[in-house]
Design a protein around this ligand. Structure first.
Ligand code: ADP
Ligand code: MG
Length: 307
């Protein structure tokens, strides 16, 4: 990529024109990547900074040299056609790829001044601070209340066991506060406060997904990773999730994968466009990406020419 840095603007236009004659099987033009397209300048603090992240699944090179800085307390959208590595990249941000046997990750992911891939990283702690919400709502087959308090109970932050009560520790009031706070933050409290002991699986899909967001909030994360959190939901439930994400970005850093470009345009502050082969092609303010992208391929993708 360093040769592209040296290339003048005039040359690059020429190159682009020459190359636009050839298209890949996926219908993408073959265009050189340019470092400046992925350098995103913003005001404010950085929540996560990745440096030359590469991911292989066995022989498949799924992500190439991804370097990006994710601003704190804002919404960053990751978009691009299916299979371009969005989920893979998201999983790099709290080492969820560790759980995939075939995956090997290189490069650095800096969070809170440390590379999370350094030896000795406490993964439980990391995933508390960098929480996640999946594509399909996956509440535990437990009560609404227990879904929220599950993490804090597991980590020992809340203890409501009979034994502990006999020994003089009773966190039931803390648990009530936590459950209410998280459900309110996830815009679900008003709908469920009279049935906290009901099984969470009885909720609608949209409510279940908001419950999963509330559950992710219960461990007090700083960053929330969301992989197509609304793709299984109807339009009304989707719009509630979008409003919620917007509200959450006052206090949390949200990184969201979506294949829905309108959604990215509606809810994100900045957008990173990944394209086939696992390349980050352009990263900038969402308005800039959607109104005036630098890359022809990004423009073609956004205007629906492929993907
Ligand atoms: N668990 C896995 N094992 C092997 N290959 C995988 C795995 N997950 C993803 N891949 C491959 O990595 C590439 C990127 O996939 P993914 O990150 O899921 O893309 P996206 O989320 O953009 O659709 C694809 O070619 C996919 O087949
Ligand atoms: Mg995906």
């Amino acid at each position: 990529m360093s040769d592209s840095q040296a290339t003048s603007k005039a040359q690059s236009v020429e190159t682009t024109n020459q190359q636009s004659a050839g298209t890949t099987v996926e219908g993408e033009t073959q265009e050189k990547l340019r470092d400046e397209w992925v350098q995103y300048d913003f005001d404010g603090e950085t929540a996560i900074k990745t440096q030359d992240v590469n991911v292989h699944y066995g022989d498949e090179h799924a992500l190439h040299d991804i370097s990006m800085e994710i601003p704190k307390n804002s919404v960053t959208a990751l978009i691009g056609p299916s299979g371009c590595g969005k989920s893979t990249f998201l999983r790099c941000l709290n080492r969820m790829n560790d759980r995939i046997k075939a995956a090997s990750v290189s490069g650095e992911v800096e969070f809170d001044g440390k590379n999370i891939y350094d030896d000795g990283t406490n993964l439980v702690e990391l995933r508390k601070r960098v929480g996640q919400v999946f594509q399909s709502p996956n509440p535990f087959p437990k009560s609404i209340r227990e879904n929220i308090s599950y993490g804090p109970r597991k980590h020992g932050d809340i203890d409501v066991s009979l034994l502990s009560r006999l020994l003089g520790r009773d966190d039931r009031a803390e648990e009530e506060e936590l459950v209410e706070r998280c459900l309110r933050q996830a815009a679900l409290w008003d709908e469920v406060n009279d049935r906290l002991d009901d099984n969470a699986l009885g909720l609608s899909g949209g409510q279940q997904q908001r419950l999963c967001i509330a559950r992710a909030l219960a461990t007090d994360p700083e960053v929330l990773l969301m992989d197509e959190p609304a793709s299984a939901l109807d339009p009304i439930a989707t719009s509630r999730i979008e409003d919620l994400i917007n509200d959450l970005s006052d206090d949390y850093t949200v990184v969201i994968v979506t294949h829905n470009m309108q959604q990215a345009a509606r809810i994100s502050d900045q957008t990173a466009v990944f394209l086939t082969g696992g390349y980050l092609v352009e990263y900038d303010d969402t308005d800039k990406i959607f109104e005036n992208p630098e890359s022809q391929r990004v423009e073609d993708y956004i205007t629906g020419k492929f993907g």
